[in-house]
Ligand binder design. Sequence first.
Ligand code: PMP
Length: 415
Amino acid sequence: MPETTTDIPTKINWEEIRAQFPVLQQEVNGKKLVYLDNGASSQMPKSVSDRIDAYHKNEHANVHRGIHSLSQKATDAFEATRSKVRDFINAVSLEEIIYTTGTTDSINLVAQSYGRKNFKAGDEILVSEMEHHANIVPWQMIAEETGAKLKVIPMNDEGELIMDKFYELFSDKTKMVAVVHVSNALGTINPVEEIIAAAHKRNVPVLIDGAQAVPHSKVDVQALDADFYAFSAHKMCGPTGFGILYGKKDLLNAMPPYRGGGDMIDKVTFEKTTWNDLPHKFEAGTPPISAGVGLGAGIDFLNQIGMEAIAEREHELLEYATEKLNQIEGLKIVGTADKKASVISFLLDGIHPTDAGTILDQQGIAVRTGHHCAQPIMQHYEIPGTLRASISFYNNEEDIDRLVEGIELVKEFFG
Ligand code: PMP
């Protein structure tokens, strides 16, 4: 399996790293692109798109089922990603790394498989007020079917979970805790270690939505002791259509398959079908092979920089941006937790976020506007949505300065 090669010097030169992202070199609406929508999807360095291209040119065939050499080459390339993911998040074994199509798919898998088997009428599932819809709706769906109920851990106005309430909400009926590690809409880093330890004292499993954590910090699932941990490739320099569910082996082994079809079986007869071993039991049908290979290349890229360095650089940019934005009159940051990742949601006095976002786009500045798939957060603040700048390590101070200038122009435009 060829390793992807990138051109990252030992002492980190962030501008050289930025130069490895072809998409960032373009102009949008006649202005140099400022891409601050990394929370939605990160960009892809050339090493990742080259690796995907090379896979298609040299290694493509269907995986797992072929005796022929090309199928084995494809399988090797695809399975190499599983070891990279295991090492990246420090899982114990490859069996604990389930390939999915993304965070949403991973959470649906647990809700449908674990939930259908284990929830009954009156049981409670604890989620928080700051969840992405992907960590609300799958639980609501299984709750509807089984008669279980959702209980919501509230947050304060800074956008931090109220931990006293979390402890109060626990009862004998609690059967699952599902909490976001880093909020995509507020940037809050939640105390997931404490949440997991508290749940385990009561023998309750915990699913962590790590979509916004894995791309920005070192995540160690063993140190966290998470039971399930979900994330997406497209937020970590990889392609869309691919993601991971980490699950503890004993839990996964006890869970029924989520989808049926090829690859997830051991033996099929019309009378009875038996299941394949982990991780394949949960991977029915032809997977997105090239996307899986791409995630492996994305992990190589992140590893070459180092997750500690990435977290440090993003924190530096977060502090720079927070200070600059706080100086703008009429701008209010939504989400001011003590512990934050590089996401800044904000409002401009008297200007609708969508209008502001449109004017920023005309200046080549990409930010996201709206509810960020977290409507309960907007309900908390009684606002329709926010503007959100989500910063990655390949952004720079100039991007932030351009955002600040852009916001000033928005204010002028709306008088
Ligand atoms: N959870 C969080 C915190 C997210 O930020 C996202 C993506 N915005 C998701 C879940 C869903 O991820 P995906 O669309 O890749 O399944």
